[in-house]
Design a protein around this ligand. Sequence first.
Ligand code: AHM
Ligand code: MG
Length: 335
Amino acid sequence: MPENHVVTISRFLIEQERKIAETTTGTFTSLLSNIALAAKVISYQVNRAGLAEILGETEQENFHGERIQKLDLFADDVMQKALDHTGLITCMASEENEFFLPVPENFPSGDYVVIYDPLDGSSNIDVNVSIGTIFSIHSKISDSDRGELKDCLQAGKHQVAAGYVLYGSSTMLVYTTGAGVHGFTLDPSIGEFVLSHKNMRFPDPSRRVYSINEAHYPGWETGQQLLVDYLKNEGDFSSRYIGSLVADFHRTLLQGGIFMYPAGQGAPEGKLRLLYECAPIAMLAEQAGGRASTGARDVLEIIPHSLHQRIPLYVGNREFVDLAEDFLAEEDSAT
Ligand code: AHM
Ligand code: MG
């Protein structure tokens, strides 16, 4: 018999919160609901990007020296406005901003810190390839009413929640609060995120897929080169690479495998940002039975030294991440 009810994200959040806390305050539910609202607004604009003159670059450069895409700017603004007035957070940090953002004085302040990459994979916007939003939530640790830098610079293992929104053939919101990973698909007919993937886990690694930008092969350390040589020659792996972290990670989570963005020539620390990209993805991976490493240590253990710190990333099925570490360590000890 067909199910005659849908489980919306709001309902699921309330039920989850009830299970965890004896006296539920609804604070956390409200925070994630605001992020879900921002996701819907961004999704709508992403879907009509070709029609709405919102494709392409602005005249502005960000502090990384990159031309800001119009949709980047839009998504950043939507995230900020969805969160700043809620009274739930003390400050935010966005990949698009050099400094952290204290909640404006005209709004009440709360106990959480939200860190986000408003639109990851910007280079894919204009060619209609999947992009995403990534978020990470911490409890504040300073006494300051409007947050301090140290509230943002916490190790990933202290995240209280993390997730992403994938703007793909459908829009999905996937999150964890430390009790499994759950995925919701946006049903455009009712404008709600509906539970579609409960308790997501990396599958058995029978499907062996590696995901990496292999054009950087000549600039990699020998251990990294040997690892990829092994995966394709002896490991019997296939390869997939979209160039959008959210989409590449989502596929890896659903189908198994390993995603890698190593250090290399021109990117000695790797490309991906610890706070906005790697730490939230690492929490999701661990909650789904996998793991995330820099190639030498667990991503969730790293205490950030700065907001825009970059690290190498290896994430996916536990055994494949362990294997990558072995290759990199072997080469390290040989040199
Ligand atoms: P961005 O934050 O500027 O969009 O860059 C991050 C993106 C990731 O989504 C993706 O994994 C990576 O850059 C792809 O980089 P490359 O084009 O070097 O393969
Ligand atoms: Mg990014």
